[in-house]
Design a protein around this ligand. Structure first.
Ligand SMILES: NC(=O)c1ccc[n+]([C@@H]2O[C@H](COP(=O)([O-])OP(=O)(O)OC[C@H]3O[C@@H](n4cnc5c(N)ncnc54)[C@H](OP(=O)(O)O)[C@@H]3O)[C@@H](O)[C@H]2O)c1
Length: 237
């Protein structure tokens, strides 16, 4: 396998954890960000301290023009880029009647259209071998509170399966479905603990569980078209 990976939203939260874990596995890292340049720079510095090459790439993934230039920019710096992790996402707490065209476009563009075209562009890379799409355990539910968000992740789940069929044997495509791992930025751990009370395992997770899922997918060359629930069983309730 080549030795570079692009992680969208890779400078903070779960994206940061994934960037650091892939750097630890020996990959050079391309960190994509939109507004969080400080976090992206800090994460890049940590990765360089680990002895790996790291560069940051700004792009607004709701703008298709910026989406279409991201992979060529990354390939210019990292021609050996073999992994794409689509992690950047918008999480909007909006029910069906309140979904405006603007919200609909934003959710679908960032959470579905961008991973779709990033994957298409990435798949043309000589060394492309693995795509991981960050989904959500909600894809297993008819959950309507986050209507267009959930719809976008369900679409990305089906794209994961279709792309796995289309892109083999060169590229494996898999998904990870987190549950209560990190609270939204405006909430704290109590929010997660309350949610977790109703799950089979009755405890919130943490980014290490996601990293373990990434490593499993990375290290098992016979797994494609799979999505792993890492959610304490929340998708079952
Ligand atoms: N956290 C959880 O417990 C949990 C649960 C279920 C699913 N997930 C999924 O796991 C993934 C990672 O979750 P997370 O909570 O760490 O991330 P997050 O907070 O949902 O995503 C934030 C990231 O997305 C980027 N982003 C948002 N809008 C963007 C845009 N228009 N253009 C480019 N980038 C944009 C942000 O970039 P900037 O800050 O640079 O603007 C930021 O890096 C996501 O796909 C999420 O849906 C997470």
């Amino acid at each position: 396998m080549g030795k570079a990976a692009l992680i969208t939203g890779g400078g903070k939260r779960l994206g940061k954890a994934i960037s650091l874990s892939l750097a630890e596995k020996g990959y050079d890292i391309a960190i994509h960000y939109n507004h969080s340049d400080r976090e992206a720079k800090e994460t890049a510095e940590l990765i360089r301290e680990m002895g790996r090459k790291c560069e940051i790439f700004q792009a607004n993934l709701s703008d298709i023009k910026q989406v279409r230039t991201l992979i060529p920019r990354v390939f210019e710096t990292f021609p050996d880029c073999s992994i794409l992790v689509n992690s950047a996402s918008i999480f909007e707490d909006v029910g069906f009647q309140d979904v405006t065209e603007e919200i609909f476009d934003r959710d679908l563009n960032v959470n579905f259209k961008a991973p779709f075209f990033l994957s298409q562009d990435f798949s043309k890379g000589q060394n492309a071998e693995l795509i991981i799409n960050m989904l959500d355990m909600r894809i297993n539910k008819i959950e309507t509170q986050h209507f267009s968000y959930n719809l976008s992740k369900k679409a990305l789940r089906d794209f994961t399966l279709m792309a796995a069929k289309e892109l083999g044997p060169k590229i494996r495509v898999n998904g990870i479905c987190p549950g209560p791992i990190l609270p939204p930025p405006d909430k704290d751990i109590k929010y997660l603990e309350k949610i977790a009370e109703n799950t089979p395992l009755k405890k919130p997770g943490n980014p290490d569980y996601i990293i373990d899922a990434v490593k499993y997918i990375l290290d098992n060359p016979f797994v494609t078209g799979q999505y792993l629930f890492v959610d304490g069983g929340q998708h079952l309730i």
